[in-house]
Design a protein around this ligand. Sequence first.
Ligand code: ADP
Length: 343
Amino acid sequence: MNYRLKLLSYVVMAYMLLAFAWWTILLNQKNEEAYEAKREMLRVAKMANSTYTTEAEFRQSDRYTNLRERYKRRQAMIFGESLVFVLSLFVGFWFINKGYRDIIKNSRSKTNFLLSISHELKSPVASVKLALETILKRDLDKSQLEQVAGGAIAETERLKSLIGNLLLAARLEEAYEINKEPVDSGKVLHQIVNIEKIKFQDADIELHLQAGTEEIYTDKFAFATIMHNLIENALKYSGENPKVEVVLKKRETALEIAVADQGVGIPDEEKDRIFEKFYRLGHEITRSTKGTGLGLFIINKMVEALNGKIQVEDNDPAGSVFRILLKNHLNTPGLSEGRENRD
Ligand code: ADP
């Protein structure tokens, strides 16, 4: 269906181009014929008046030069108009094609989202139900009870964070209101690392905080959300024994955050698209990993709200590095206003 529609639009476009080329040639021919007829009439009139001498003199006469100039002007008009028409046809066609591609892309990412979200919502609910049934039906001892209930709590946590992400993504469609305050970056990062180490027990996470970045001036919730999502992605897309390095350093007056992993990496042609809402890469490791394609969308929106920039590069020898640059984040509140104006 898709292919047929595309073919039909190309055929219509080719027909319009051919038809217009044909009309241009025809119009030009008519212009030429009219010019030649008028020129002959002029020659005959001059002969009748006995003012026609030589062909060279006839071509230099005012009436002939006027006639020829008018003919040339009309010719330029015919070809100029044709060119404008063809160009506008191409531009219009390009816009229609682009709009059509965007609609297909959006509907695909919504379908992807619905597929992953229904699985993500159903599986923790099913696990909690199973845990409760086990507790009811079986006579469990204390340690078994702790294990089953612990699993159920972890599942409800996952559900809570998924719902939280969905609500946050919806909220971020509107502007996110930034509320800056002094933040102990080391403390926030250690808390995140501790949580992630429980989830990914084989993980090796290194934190490097350059002097002067231990206390930053930022929106605490946005900073923690960004760091949590980046570190979790780095671990999720690294396979077994993930190794992740988190660096906070000063770059002139800005704060630079880098989260590097040695995982599967991201192909160049996908580097921009991963920040789109609900977008997930098609490779096996993504498909076998739980997610909704909301994490990087949220990060990107929050970095935008913090007036920062985010980019992703290839790591050496493998994996990816997510790098964020945030201005006015090293300032203490007292200095912030003066400095913000200068940046
Ligand atoms: P989610 O992880 O829930 O799928 P994200 O928005 O966080 O959603 O990421 C979008 C996609 O980008 C992921 O599905 C994954 O394919 C890719 N991706 C994100 N971070 C990394 C990373 N560190 N290494 C490789 N691929 C990544």
